[in-house]
Design a binder for this molecule. Structure first.
Ligand SMILES: [Zn+2]
Length: 98
């Protein structure tokens, strides 16, 4: 479980990329983020960042397209990791039970 704007979101890695041909999904109303379990660590990290940004955009009512979120995701991920920020504490919160 992670908190976004103080609201708890369950994060589960419980499907394969092939299941829904997506690396991740978020249902803001249910507060559930799901990540593909078979895409590797870096892809899971960037996807988790992406889904967090999706929540932020939805919660703030911003008009930002998925492709634009992708750009922000890559820029943010690169900036954080190039400057020694680890996303491991977020990764540790993923529920990996089947
Ligand atoms: Zn998206």
């Amino acid at each position: 479980m992670i908190r976004i704007f103080g609201i708890p979101y369950t994060v589960r890695a419980d499907f394969t990329y092939e299941d829904i041909t997506s690396q991740g999904t978020v249902t803001v109303s249910d507060q559930v983020i799901r990540l593909a379990k078979d895409i590797g660590k870096e892809a899971q990290e960037t996807t988790l960042l992406h889904e967090i940004l999706e929540v932020v955009v939805a919660r703030l009512g911003l008009k930002v397209e998925h492709e634009e979120i992708k750009g922000i995701e890559v820029a943010l991920y690169d900036t954080l990791t190039a400057n020694g920020v680890s996303l491991q504490p977020l990764m540790d919160k993923i529920d990996r039970r089947e």
